[in-house]
Write a protein that binds this ligand. Sequence first.
Ligand SMILES: [Zn+2]
Length: 392
Amino acid sequence: MARRRRDRSPSSIKLTQPDRSGPSEKTLLDLAQQQGLFDQARQREDALKGVTTKAHDASAEEAESLPPIVDRIMETILWTISLATLHFTLDVLVQNQYAHDISWPKITSRTGQAFLVFGFLMYTLHGHSSNPTILPGLPSRYQAHLRQAIFFLIYARQRSSRPHVGHVPYGPIINQCYLPGRVALTFDDGPSALTPHVLDLLDQYHARATFFVNGDNFARGHIDDPATLWPDIVRRMHSAGHQIGSHTWSHADLSLVDSEERYWQMTRLEKALINILGFYPSYLRPPFASCDWSCQADMAELGYHVLNFDVDTKDYENDSPAAVRTSIDRFASAISGAPASSSYIVLSHDVYGQTTDTLLAFMLEMIDKEGFMAVTVGECLGDPVQNWYRMP
Ligand SMILES: [Zn+2]
């Protein structure tokens, strides 16, 4: 039960005045004064100081302040160790949160790199009495501002990733549509000689789909080589309203390669698609549906949505007239929900004859019959078309 403070009116409470009378007897300070202890201490201090200044004039000054260069190195080491430790701690926390396994060698090597970068920045840019001038000729009152500006520019350069627009996350794996009533058919590994047939069928059903293309897969030549069929097929995909996404240059497993290779796999295909279309995609289907935490971090940096799927037709295992029935059944049993409350992202490939002849026709027929709409992945995520691509 709460105390009812209002029962007593403020005027009924008696306030006692603070006691300011002070000690009535002698204090320790008074006793010390009486015995001359303070004077004795002062005399001893003066005597000591006199001896030091007379005998070791030079060394006393040295002991008081370190030479500027030593001071600078010590301060750099202190800051660098602090920041590298912070880097290490955050790295472990992030890996613990998102990684499948914590890789200590990778954490250690990243901490080493961070140590070198912090060390360099601290040594060159942190204000020190040994280097008050960073740009000779500039008035000294601007030197500190210049130093801050350089630090900020280097930091900003380090952090500059491609802009993230819209509500669809960049980096983490997405495997479901956001909007109900949609089926996003996706075709990986193309374009191939079978792709035009897929495009014909999609036209016939007024359906939209997404093609996650490779730059050079199955040794069929570079996607942007004008001597091949591919540039025209890619342009046709785009002009028919389908979405084009990246499936890497040569179908690399992005969890098994390092950041440098990932960067190359993505940007090599970007260049080729720029040659064909003038722009490049912001959606990725990772080959083998494989993109670990480190790959996801790189894709966030490169500005990619990482799109997996929730329906796998396994058409790559069933490319024969007898076996394709398995893929058809897998699709039919997966599309089981009502359009008002369910939606699907479906994996298939425009490189298998059974997919492009039999499976696709079945899928389009069933999507129509069940009352779903066949749309691109961007559409099923509610992402406007201008966010699907980036200009070079
Ligand atoms: Zn693939």
